[in-house]
Design a protein around this ligand. Structure first.
Ligand SMILES: Cc1ncc(COP(=O)(O)O)c(C=O)c1O
Length: 362
């Protein structure tokens, strides 16, 4: 029988209980390991090749994603490991025009100059389908960040494969508890574990889950050569944090639904979006000034980039100049605080922003 998400998250990747041993073995901090004699005399030889703490985390994430996982130093290190070695001159990458900016920049700055054809398309099924002819790799981000559009991964996997292309999904926003891209037919599922997977805004980490062992081996080889390795302590913290993944994302989703409903009831807020999964709610205020005033006035919602943490945070996304969003577009990452406190704080922040924008005495 399939176990529930909390059970899977709590037990993922843990060794069988052993007398006198901790549930989760502590982090192994080693550059070289003691290795006498031939190079293969011990399971571990050098810290850039292998680490038992990574392996524990990878086993855990592998159970959750339903594939073989290779962990990386960050989400971008994981994305680069999928995109850079897989595409050679003459290949065709189909990528979202609204993808995470780093992914778009790898395509523009690293792949295009080397003769890879890049077709940027919006996060829209018909647009992706129209770009498939001759494609080598299709990269999608669903739900997309920050605009929260959603694609049917199973349908796209069928179409991409029929066109002879492979499908990679950025699964950061949904997490493997919200969506298992490999089960839906994708070849690779990548995520920034900096976000909800680790969930405490205290580390950077990424991973790729592969359906095929050969893909995992190629990713591991790339990681060894480029040194894009996770720190063992970060890997251990992330594994430790996985135990609460289900309770965190469930609470975040309940809070996000409440926040979205609250925002929809305000006449100073437009374009409220929440895709029904994950912690990100986006909305628009009337201009950059009002959005900044809201961020300055909110007390529980910290102004910060990133999302998925236990603390609520938000930012005016247009401040980076990398996303096609209106100046007053706010990306809000809903944390696990009490919903009533969050609604009160967001409401007070919006009221203060309204007063500020109208001006004193007006
Ligand atoms: C959807 C998505 N993919 C990838 C990344 C990159 O992850 P990292 O910051 O861990 O390198 C991010 C980071 O914000 C992201 O939001």
């Amino acid at each position: 029988m399939d176990r529930g998400p909390s059970t899977r998250a709590v037990h993922a990747g843990l060794p069988e209980p052993a007398q006198g041993e901790p549930f989760l073995p502590g982090p192994v901090l080693a550059a070289p390991y003691h290795l006498a004699g031939p190079a293969d005399a011990a399971r571990f030889g050098y810290g850039r090749y292998d680490n038992p703490t990574w392996e524990g985390l990878e086993a855990a994430l592998g159970e959750l994603e339903g594939g073989e996982v290779v962990s990386f130093a960050s989400g971008m290190a994981a994305a680069a490991a999928v995109l850079v070695p897989a595409l050679t001159p003459g290949d065709v990458l189909v990528a979202p025009s609204d993808a995470y900016p780093g992914v778009r920049q790898i395509a523009e700055r690293q792949l295009q100059p080397r003769g890879v054809e890049v077709r940027f398309v919006p996060t829209d099924e018909a647009a992706v389908r129209d770009a498939l002819d001759g494609a080598t790799l299709v990269w999608v981000e669903t739900p997309s960040n920050p605009r929260l559009d959603v694609l049917d991964v199973a349908a796209l996997a069928r179409d991409a494969h029929a066109a002879g292309a492979r499908l990679a999904v950025d699964n950061t926003l949904a997490t493997p508890l919200g969506q298992r891209p490999l089960d839906l037919g994708a070849d690779l599922s990548m995520a920034s574990a900096t976000k909800a997977i680790s969930g405490h805004s205290d580390l950077l980490l990424g991973y790729v889950a592969a359906r095929e062992g050969a893909d995992a081996a190629a990713l591991r080889s790339w990681r060894t050569l480029t040194g894009a390795i996770p720190g063992p302590f970060e890997a251990w913290l992330a594994h430790r944090s996985l135990a609460t993944l289900a309770v965190r994302v469930e609470r975040q989703a309940v809070n996000a639904a409440a926040v979205a409903e609250f925002l929809r009831g305000r006449d100073d807020v437009t374009g409220v979006r929440w895709p029904g999964v994950g912690c990100v709610v986006s909305f628009e205020l009337d201009g950059a000034g009002r959005a900044q005033a809201f961020l300055a006035a909110a007390r529980l919602v910290a102004e910060a980039t990133s999302f998925g943490g236990v603390h609520s945070s938000a930012e005016r996304r247009a401040r980076w100049g990398t996303d096609a969003v209106p100046e007053g577009f706010v990306r809000l990452s809903v944390g696990i605080e009490d919903a009533a406190d969050l609604l009160a704080d967001i409401g007070a922040g919006l009221d203060a922003a309204g007063r500020e924008a109208v001006g004193p005495g007006a």
